[in-house]
Design a protein around this ligand. Structure first.
Ligand code: B12
Ligand code: SF4
Length: 602
């Protein structure tokens, strides 16, 4: 049971009332799964909800007993909703009256869905848990189909399906996870009429809603265009979950497996970002997070400087205004890339000075900040194999050559750690064509991170061919039982390293040993097959890595030859030197003469 902000109790079970809302309901009702809408405990809880199987919900309940408690506006609508829902709402309000449209939590649908309702629109991020990282952890623990988030998404769809007014409204689904319904063909099962691929701002989306309201048949899938003009992107003027406000769309580094990179590279206008920040604060939010694939491109899109040389002044100005907005008590970073930390370490320092005081993240054993605060953006590491990196993400490290990818990762991480940034870094296991040699090179890089005393939360996930990407048709590993001993070892080594900061108590290592082996005996041995066994022993720490290597059970990684920042900078093409900032030091020999000659030529 959960209690809403206005004191009414709700159950998160299927709840069907046949009593019509007094006003006949709203014409258009917007919603999202509870697990994607909650604005509680920060980003990590939602990531856990997406990654743990439903049978582990008790772990979340114990850690966050109040996670289901949500707040309401006086009319019963949702006080906050994911940014995607808010934009659909904003898009619709260009055409419909505000009392025609409402955004509500799943438990409140019966208050707004009535005989007048013509559309129930669902925004979803990850409804069936078939995307990377989400699928992999649930499959390790036993059921690949039902992460907690997926369970709650299904509850939402079941509730909509069971509505006594279901015949008189259409169900339209959108958001970054809509493709999962198309790919699994679960339209009937979930009672979905149409999935929209693309942004709500599009006039095609509005036309679709018009059609639904006229009661016409809808196509199963509608692809709508992404605005290419930064002014065409709308901004919420109500509160969003976690204070998410869009900062950029697209990326530009062109990794082949990536969905967001397919969108146009746009950095959004500062005044609009600030307007949405203020709107969040006005509506009771204390936290802001700018949604982006790479925060470092903001201020450098379609300028004369290539986007991968960050615009230090613009970024510092933007973040400074955000964290200094009265009412913003917390600020969280979303995604970025690592090469900019090597390009401009002073930018990282200046951002740290600004952002650390407002970061809600504390890593007492890692941070040198007086209050042990830290910043933890999500960064793609993906692979330590240069051969693989060339195939799937040849521009990931620009302006540096992809040949230097391991050095870019290690030097970038050094700069970040020195400034109290401890990123979550994703790795892809089981890329199409991945050989044992590729996995060994990734293991080498992971051991090198450990050897150098660097820290990142390493999050391995199994390759998932995502819809529409240039790797859509490729096949990698599909089940955890197919993972090789080396792939398992990479996964378990990452998790072993992640748990390091929690292992300094006297009881920590012991608990892990017992827990890991107990879990293996109980469930995981059968599920994940024999290749899992020795990596798990390595993870548990019950037998030392040295001994496991001596017995020939694991590969312990060999030292990686790494370029220093100075060497990396020296490897840049002279045409790029003009974009370097001398205050970072490590300038290539002949830098000043080169710049003078360049200036003269210009
Ligand atoms: C912020 C963010 C988070 C936050 C907050 C999420 C939240 N609930 O608000 C956190 C960190 C919690 C998170 C978690 C996860 N995330 Co996330 N996240 C993002 C990020 C950076 C921004 C999302 C956002 O708000 N964008 C701004 C809004 C406006 O965009 P939007 O939601 O897409 O909405 C637009 C359209 O989709 C459309 N639309 C949306 N809804 C609807 C509905 C209808 C009816 C219509 C017509 C249109 C429509 O219109 C909107 C614009 O007008 C995106 C990347 C990105 N740039 O989108 C990744 C992203 C969405 N996340 C992703 C993933 C994988 C996850 C996790 C599964 C990761 C994990 N394993 O833990 C979890 C899942 C969480 C869950 N509960 O299930 C992937 C999704 C991949 C996919 N589904 O195919 C993305 C694309 C990142 C990536 N690079 O791959 N995420
Ligand atoms: S760097 Fe990240 S966001 Fe950019 S293309 Fe690669 S995976 Fe996508």
């Amino acid at each position: 049971m959960s209690t809403s902000g206005n004191g009414t109790a709700h159950s998160s079970n299927l709840q069907v009332t046949h009593e019509a809302p007094a006003d006949g309901g709203r014409l258009i009702v917007l919603t999202a799964p509870l697990t994607e809408a909650i604005d509680h405990a920060g980003y990590f809880i939602q990531m856990a909800l997406a990654s743990l199987p439903i049978w582990m919900e008790g772990v979340i309940n114990r850690k966050y007993p109040k996670w289901r408690e949500v707040e309401h506006n006086p009319d019963g609508s949702a006080r906050y909703m994911p940014a995607g829902v808010r934009l659909v709402e904003k898009s619709l309000l260009r055409e419909y009256r505000s009392d025609d449209v409402v955004a509500c939590f799943p438990d409140d649908l019966h208050k707004f869905v009535g005989p007048r309702t013509r559309v129930v629109a669902v925004s979803t991020h990850n409804p069936l848990g078939v995307t990377f990282a989400a699928g992999v952890y649930t499959s390790i623990f036993g059921s690949s189909r039902m992460p907690i988030n997926s369970h709650y998404s299904r509850l939402l769809f079941a509730k909509i399906k069971a509505s006594p007014y279901r015949e008189s409204f259409k169900v339209i689904v959108g958001g970054s996870g809509g493709w999962q319904i198309i790919q699994t063909d679960t339209y009937e099962e979930l009672s979905v009429d149409c999935v929209v691929e693309g942004r709500s701002e599009s006039t095609d989306t509005l036309e679709l809603f018009r059609k639904a309201i006229r009661g016409e048949e809808l196509p199963r899938v509608v692809e709508v265009k992404h605005p290419i003009d930064r002014e065409a992107i709308l901004f919420p003027d109500t509160r969003t979950t976690f204070g998410v406000v869009e900062m950029t769309t697209g990326c530009g580094r062109r990794c082949k497996f990536c969905v967001p990179d397919l969108n146009p590279q746009i950095d959004l206008p500062k005044d609009k970002i600030m307007g949405a920040v203020r709107a969040n604060v006005r509506n009771g939010n204390k936290q802001i997070s700018l949604a982006t694939e790479d925060m470092f491109i903001w201020g450098q899109v379609h300028t004369e400087t290539p986007f991968y040389f960050p615009n230090r002044e613009a970024l510092v100005d933007l973040y400074s205004d955000i964290v200094n907005t009265p009412g913003v008590e917390q600020h969280v970073l979303s995604h970025c890339t690592i090469a900019p930390a090597v390009v401009d370490p002073l930018l990282i320092k200046q951002l740290s000075d600004l952002l650390l005081p407002k970061s809600p993240i504390h890593f007492p054993l890692l941070s040198s900040h007086p209050q042990k605060k830290a910043l933890s953006p999500l960064i793609g590491l993906e692979t330590g194999s240069v051969r693989m990196a060339k195939q799937i993400m040849s521009s990931k490290g620009v302006p540096f050559s992809i040949e230097d990818w391991p050095s870019v990762v290690l030097e970038g991480l050094r700069v970040l750690n020195e400034n109290n940034w401890f990123p979550a870094m994703t790795l892809i296991v089981g890329n199409p064509g991945e050989t044992d040699q590729d996995v060994m090179e990734t293991i080498d890089l992971v051991y090198e991170i450990e050897r150098r005393g660097l820290f990142a939360f390493l999050i391995p996930s199994i390759f998932t061919p995502l819809h529409d990407t240039r790797m859509e048709k490729e096949k990698g590993v599909t089940q955890t039982r197919q993972l090789t001993p080396l792939q398992w070892q990479l996964m378990m080594k990452c998790w072993k390293m992640n748990l390091r900061p929690g292992q300094y108590s006297w009881w920590g290592p012991m608990a892990w040993r017992m827990g890991a082996i107990g879990m293996w005996l109980y469930k995981l041995r059968r599920l994940n097959g024999p290749n899992f066994t020795w990596p798990l022993w390595m993870f548990s720490g019950a037998i030392s890595e040295k001994n496991l290597q001596r017995l020939g059970k694991i590969y312990r990684g060999k030292p990686v030859k790494v370029k220093t920042r100075k060497e990396l900078i020296a490897s840049l093409k002279p045409k790029d030197w003009q974009y370097l900032r001398a205050d970072n030091g490590d300038m290539p020999a002949g830098f000043e003469q080169h710049l003078a000659a360049h200036a003269a030529a210009v």
